[in-house]
Design a protein around this ligand. Structure first.
Ligand code: NDP
Ligand code: 2IT
Length: 442
């Protein structure tokens, strides 16, 4: 089989890049149904071109800590695919960041961005920097040093980063400021900017809200709905918080949230104002929640997925939901899993969810609302205009609804009704490859 041979040869060429291999295997395996029966793909070699990033930039990031000592991190920007538009995708700061992690994220981003229907190619960047415990001044110096190198490769029509894990409005502001200082350009080279200097209303909420718009469509399509459902959300960062806000607005109840230390369970429903104060104002830990709600329970170092729920929304990081977790969710009667994070379910977990007929929305469809509103931010910057929150939110809803239509049709057309993994990969792949071929790739 041609797809299997491409998976094998790509893995051989990129030893040790486990996260990339995982994403590659997931995407190509579900495309086998359209690729292996059509000699066109093998004859042209377009697949070999698609799996290779156009460019990877790797660089040193030296910065001074508060004691005046030099620290050094490694930064990367993976410019994966520009067939549909300029490279677009976030920047991540986390000690686990590696070239492999950023390649998997850039690969996924390419298809995700295609699903939005907007003119954006795929990219991703980051550094193996741990922001935890660092002062504001250290964060600023780190961001400035990173941008002192990265600015050469960015541009409002070339490559437009945004936030991701460990990168929020503060970090975007410092990186954008340094870009502007060096280049003298005041342009929409970042998204997720502050509202006062070109950010879009609704971008902060977009990934979490978009996740719920897609989930709502998926549940409705299955004759079900959110009202009264008990929802577990992993993480307590940007995506998790605004997913939780929209769950409550749509009539569900969030009962568990987490961070890398453990998870909290509040049977009365999580008090989101408390979470926002802990995480967005104090930059604290999820266990601080007990100070606000002493009746809640904190489970240190335990898997949040062991706790019974109706709907599970992984919104923290890759591979946080294993096959064992998926079995527990199934045994506890969970009806749906929608990914706010990128690749939070292992490939084995996805198989377990599908085997148990649990509705499953993959990240490249379910969390596309963030990058979609980023593209709307780019439009507003180009027009030198800003739209109201309602206008952005309405566009986001329409985009998520269109994504659901594409992924359900993509699956159905190939005899895999309800298999949204296949649907998302097929729909995203077709759009990217069509543009690559139009550009004279072969
Ligand atoms: P944040 O940094 O705001 O929050 C991340 C959350 O996940 C924190 O609660 C963090 O806990 C937890 N977390 C991170 N790494 C780990 C880990 N290794 N183990 C356990 N918990 C972890 O990031 P975002 O909310 O922006 O991103 C969350 C996910 O959503 C990522 O997969 C990201 O790629 C994806 N995403 C983000 C989008 C966006 O617009 N921001 C858009 C689409 C997808 P702790 O603080 O303890 O580290
Ligand atoms: O994974 C993602 O889609 C993001 N982190 C958002 C990317 C963006 O450019 O808004």
């Amino acid at each position: 089989m041609y797809t299997q041979s491409i998976i094998k040869s790509t893995i051989t060429k990129t030893p040790g890049e486990h996260e990339f291999h995982q994403a590659l295997t997931e995407v190509l395996s579900s495309l086998a149904i359209i690729i292996d029966n059509n000699p066109f793909y093998k004859d042209t070699g377009i697949l070999e071109m698609l799996v290779a990033p156009e460019r990877i930039i790797q660089f040193r990031i030296p910065w001074l800590d508060d004691t005046g000592r030099i620290r050094v991190n490694t930064g990367w920007r993976v410019q994966y695919n520009s067939a549909l538009g300029p490279y677009k995708g976030g920047i991540r700061f986390h000690p686990s960041v590696s070239q492999s992690v950023l390649k998997f994220l850039g690969f996924e981003q390419t298809f995700k961005n295609a699903l939005t229907g907007l003119p954006i190619g795929g990219g991703k960047g980051g550094a193996d920097f741990d922001p935890k415990g660092r002062s504001n001044a250290e964060i600023m110096r780190f961001c400035q040093s990173l941008m002192t190198e990265l600015y050469k490769y960015l541009g409002a029509d070339e490559d437009i980063p945004a936030g991701d894990i460990g990168v929020g409005a503060r970090e975007v502001g410092y990186m954008y400021g340094q870009y502007k200082r060096i280049t003298g350009l005041v342009e929409g080279v970042f998204t997720g900017k502050g509202i006062s200097y070109g950010g879009s209303l609704g971008r902060t909420q977009a990934t979490g809200y978009g996740l719920l718009y897609l989930l709502d469509e998926m549940l409705t399509h299955a004759g079900n709905g959110l009202p009264g459902k008990q929802v577990t959300i992993s993480g307590s960062g940007n995506v998790a918080i605004y997913a939780a806000e929209k769950v409550a607005q749509l009539g569900g109840k969030v009962i568990c949230m987490s961070d890398s230390g453990g998870y909290i369970h509040d049977a009365a429903g999580i008090d989101l104002d408390a979470i926002k104060e802990i995480k967005l104002v104090n930059r604290g830990r999820i266990k601080d929640y007990l100070e606000y709600r002493p009746t809640a329970k904190y489970h240190e170092g335990q898997s949040i997925w062991q706790h019974p729920c109706d709907i599970a929304l992984p919104c923290a990081t890759q591979n946080e939901l294993t096959a064992g977790d998926a079995k527990s969710l199934a045994a506890n009667g969970c009806i749906a899993v929608a990914e706010g994070a990128n690749m939070p379910c292992t490939n084995e977990a996805i198989k377990v969810l599908q085997a148990n007929n649990i509705l499953y929305a993959p990240g490249k469809a379910a969390n596309a609302g963030g990058v979609a509103v980023s593209a709307l931010e780019m439009s507003q910057n180009s027009q030198r205009q800003s739209w109201t929150f309602e206008e952005v939110d309405n566009r986001l809803k329409a985009i998520m609804s269109n994504i659901f239509t594409q992924i359900s049709q993509g699956a159905q057309e190939h005899g895999m009704k309800g298999n949204y993994v296949a649907g998302a990969n097929i729909a995203g792949f077709k759009r990217v490859v069509e543009a690559m071929l139009a550009h004279g790739a072969v």
